[in-house]
Ligand binder design. Structure first.
Ligand SMILES: NC(=O)c1ccc[n+]([C@@H]2O[C@H](COP(=O)([O-])OP(=O)(O)OC[C@H]3O[C@@H](n4cnc5c(N)ncnc54)[C@H](O)[C@@H]3O)[C@@H](O)[C@H]2O)c1
Length: 323
């Protein structure tokens, strides 16, 4: 029987992953650890009476039983992290502590007990690269430490280096996935995520606030497609010691996204441009484009996203209308 451990399981991706693992591995058990800092208890409501699920509302930085839970597991998905541009800019200390110390704790235990581990990293690590499509082995161009937003990318990079070090020195069966703007139902707009903010505004007929020039582009991938890829990774030995981009390759500017949200939801919202200094802090740096090369994960799993941007907008709006 497979025993999964998911850190950050009450979060957006973690809760969808829990459902996908139960679907694909019905005989498995799943242990979730989450301190509910950005996750929500309601995300796990449908699993509360499922005998295959154990939930611990604890902090990975301090939880004494964490080592035991790692030892009991067969595969770990490490998703717990301080996430979201707003949170990172406003609390860089907590971001660094959670993302560096928390990940180090999990990786140390995973190495000690030689456990399969998959850790979540981010497209932010590509920093200011001007390439059209980022590849896993690209050089990375991170901004100066005076700009706190880069603390997120750097803390995730330390996690990546640590996993690789354990893989090289003690054959840790570890894999890194770099997510590119994963979106869908249950994602909160509270910490600066763009799709929930835009959809919420459109559903309520309020102005959609586009930060910066609105010309910056992103690619959005439905969480249901994302967890399909994650759930296929545990058995893949070729993925040990590897990094994979996970995301869509269809890029869209933030202004076009606002227009698309209005069109798909038949909303009468207006669009307002908000300077970065007003949205975040003086000197805020953004990346103009962020698009993945996904050939590597496609080759490994035959995976590619199946859901469109319209599907994403409709799914997010339906959830908001019914909650
Ligand atoms: N959603 C995206 O587009 C995206 C993009 C890049 C990377 N990621 C990564 O994917 C992972 C999941 O992100 P998400 O979008 O589901 O965000 P999320 O905020 O919903 O999930 C993170 C979860 O970790 C929990 N957590 C935070 N600190 C913790 C701690 N110290 N102890 C225990 N639990 C803790 C939170 O409560 C939350 O439930 C994160 O590692 C994130 O960095 C996500």
């Amino acid at each position: 029987m497979t025993n999964f451990l998911i850190t950050g399981g009450a979060g957006f991706i973690g809760s969808h992953l829990t459902a996908e693992l139960l679907k694909q591995y019905p005989d498995s058990s799943i242990t979730i650890v989450d301190n509910l800092s950005t996750g929500r208890r309601e995300n796990l409501a449908s699993f509360e009476n499922d005998p295959r699920i154990r939930i611990f509302f604890n902090d990975i930085l301090s939880m004494p039983e964490l080592e035991k839970l790692v030892a009991q597991s067969s595969t770990i998905f490490h998703l717990a992290a301080a996430v979201g541009v707003e949170l990172v800019v406003h609390d860089p200390v907590q971001t660094i502590k959670t993302n560096v110390d928390g990940s180090a704790r999990i990786l140390d235990f995973a190495a000690k007990y030689h456990k399969r581990i998959i850790i979540a990293s981010t497209s932010e690590v590509y920093g200011k690269s001007a390439k059209d499509n980022f590849e896993e082995n690209d050089d990375l161009i991170i901004g100066a430490p005076t700009h706190s937003r880069w603390s997120y990318a750097c803390s995730k990079l330390i996690d990546e280096f640590l996993l690789m070090a354990y893989h090289q020195h003690s054959q840790l069966p570890g894999t890194i996935v770099r997510f590119f703007n994963i979106v869908g139902p249950r994602q909160t707009g509270k910490y600066g995520m763009v799709i929930p903010r835009f959809v919420q505004a459109a559903v309520n007929g309020k102005p959609i606030r586009v930060f910066g020039s609105g010309k910056q582009t992103r690619c959005f991938c439905h969480v249901a497609d994302t967890v399909r890829a994650l759930a296929a990774l545990p058995d893949k030995r070729e993925a040990y010691g590897q990094i994979y981009n996970i995301g869509s390759q269809n890029s869209i500017s933030m202004m076009q996204l606002a227009e698309k949200v209005i069109e798909v939801l038949h909303s009468n919202s207006s669009i307002e441009l908000i300077p970065y200094e007003q949205a975040y802090a003086k000197g805020f740096e953004d990346m103009m484009r962020r698009s993945p090369d996904t050939a590597k994960i496609k080759k490994l799993l035959g995976w590619q996203p199946e859901r469109s941007l319209e599907d994403i907008i409709n799914d997010v709006a339906n959830e908001m209308r019914h909650s």
